[in-house]
Ligand binder design. Sequence first.
Ligand SMILES: Cc1ncc(COP(=O)(O)O)c(C=O)c1O
Length: 436
Amino acid sequence: MERRGTSAHPILVTKPAFPQLPGPGKATAPGTEPLPSEWFRPEALLATLFPAMAYPEIRTEFSRVPSPCYVMEEARLRANLELLRSVMDQTGVKIICALKGFSFWRAFPLVREYLPGATASSLNEALLAHHEMGGEVHVYAPVYGEDEFGQILDLAGHLSFNSFSQWERFRDRTLAHPGKPSPGIRVNPEYSQVETDLYNPCAPFSRLGVIASQFRDDLLDGIEGLHVHALCEQGSDAFEGLLGAFEERFGRYLARMKWVNFGGGHHITREDYDIPRLVRLLKEFKARHPHLEVILEPGEAVGWRTGELVATVLDVVKNGMDIALLDVSVSAHMPDCLEMPYRPDIQGAGEPGTKPHTYRLGGGTCLAGDVLGDYSFDAPLEAGSRIILMDMIHYTMVKTSFFNGVRHPDIATWKEDGSLQVHRRFTYEQFREKLG
Ligand SMILES: Cc1ncc(COP(=O)(O)O)c(C=O)c1O
């Protein structure tokens, strides 16, 4: 692990990195107890390891920010947006913001200065795109339910279906709709360089998109676009591979299409991303298919390294090692750290044992595994110490609320007299309020 000072705030620069929870029997730091075997999660070894990169300069004065708090820094968001716009300017492709990755809607007016719209994966996100972002609303969800589809139709300009059965089910309503949303079908190129199945849309038995052997040429009437999403935090080399597989399997249908959407996972704003290669690939694709509108819909690249989660130590206890309890929870506020799992960087902290004071950091819930990991610090932690968790404004923050905007289940009681009492149906407003 390497430190690169970008300003007065020296930042640890690996993310994601291998989680710090080591194998059974290995001590976490000199002098600490071995961890029990159930902590060993071999899938952690599959986590992508990025090369060390400088974090952009942080101007936020964390001492003025309440705790806990997700705090987004406008200047860093603007820098990302400038870069995305330069790709649009150089290539003529359209880049829209995937709300599943970045739905910090208080910043949407700034986003709209640069990007023409958003892509939504649910009715809630489509409403957020329409009301808070404005501009184009694209929608793709793996499955549409009857009760929400009518409203989605009213909002969508481009509407992608995940299967031909969904297309057959909703085709007539879509084509008859006065708003004339442009229908598309998501395809699965059966090609991906994503190593972690949790994030691999082309993993075996994936439910996401139609594979070539299941493609229904005979049902294409009315379909105007192809949608393909197979990348996750990847460079333009992976995009080149995806393009090849996509054109090989589905290229023959492109003459009949008006648009193609190359999904998200393009890590365009990452420091080492090869922008000239992306520009070349997009220009070449456009030259091969000049009639097509080409769309990219990154989410993470919009919010990448634009903000932090500010937390505070509330207590320090001892059980074989020093353990600090925070006013945030990994399970409730950083679920991706447990899912992936990945280890977020903490400002000024190092790997366990590399600085004088090593702590296990845990959340304030009762879940035994609500643990962020082991970190070391220059000075001892105590109640009131600030912990700045880096790069928390894209998926982490979004997953904290209603991920993908999927409808939250109602809350009801089946009463002893045989009646049903529905206490709560969650609304779009409640979804929106969790995000801003
Ligand atoms: C269909 C689709 N589009 C876009 C995205 C955004 O991807 P990212 O935030 O990695 O750019 C995703 C992410 O899962 C997706 O599933």
